[in-house]
Design a protein around this ligand. Sequence first.
Ligand SMILES: Nc1ncnc2c1ncn2[C@@H]1O[C@H](COP(=O)(O)OP(=O)(O)O)[C@@H](O)[C@H]1O
Ligand SMILES: [Mg+2]
Length: 354
Amino acid sequence: MKKKYRVAVLANLKKNALHWDGMPPDQWDDLDSEHTVLALVDAIRTGGHTCEFLEGDATLIDTIRKYKPDICFNICESHFGDAREAQVPALLEMLRIPYTGSKVLPLALALDKPMTKRILAWHDLPTPDFQTFERVDEPLHEDLRFPLFVKPAREGTGMGVSSKSIVHDEAQLREQVGFILDKYHQTALVEEFIDGREVTVGFVGNLIGPVARRLPHNLKAPRIQAGLHFFPPMEVDLQPYLETDAVYSNRLKVALADQLNYLCPAPIDDDMVDELNWLAAAVFRVVGGQDVSRIDFRLDMHDNLKPYILEINPLPGLSPGISDIVIEAAADGIEHTELVNMILNTALKRYGML
Ligand SMILES: Nc1ncnc2c1ncn2[C@@H]1O[C@H](COP(=O)(O)OP(=O)(O)O)[C@@H](O)[C@H]1O
Ligand SMILES: [Mg+2]
């Protein structure tokens, strides 16, 4: 018989977050709505478990010891600190409570885009060439070619990303780096701008089999994606926004999310889907992800749609009908409730609890 557990959904509600004068307007755009959290709780109850929501802030230290969950469904982005997405998992490990999703190190790593890119580059996984700026006047590496793309090193949900992120010369570069340093108080990541299509690949599962350090161009090497359930890739149709945004900006991700044209499955051929899935699995492997992730790509339209990895999202948004991975699962016939239980069951299995 199927086991029933006491599950706590751990999330950070946008409405509970601290506000202060001069904070960036998109400061809390990666936090969750009550609607999303209630949908998660409902989904888990539909899965046959007992479930409550607990806010993933300092109050959790008390509430979790009171509620005593068997496992937590963790989607906490947390509020402050360089490794904020790792804070709640660190607490859960201290209390020895199982939780869904990636652990402390991958969550801290994935939030730091330059650090993640260094690891991808070491594994020969394709990610745009880059440089970080701690100061506005740092010299630009001579091998980086304009146009470049400037974004915060440690944010998500397109925060700090707009059409101004694409810079064509030194003056624009300095201005945008200055904006990131001043407004977001963090390192600016400057990458080569990949002009092309925007595709994201979501999946649930855990890799089985040996750790493989396989080069993407070695087509004969064994595939390492067994154990993962890939959803059809999704393309965000940026065509209507080429004049205004040109990229998957904060404006598109938040204000215009319900108007965008999501192409899912993305209109790409099977070989490309295969390639993207393999790259996604490789990224998941080298950062040490668990249970679920979404990997963002750009396909270079000036180089035969060569895929570039932009980032890994080990805590992909799970808003019903809106979040990328939710749309991808739906294209696979998997509704929100089932997706949530798939993630939970993947973690339960990993802990030997299923
Ligand atoms: N090097 C790049 N070249 C072209 N577009 C980029 C590049 N980096 C980011 N972008 C655009 O900005 C968006 C957000 O960047 P991403 O690194 O995925 O951050 P976020 O965590 O905010 O999703 C991407 O989806 C893409 O549209
Ligand atoms: Mg992204």
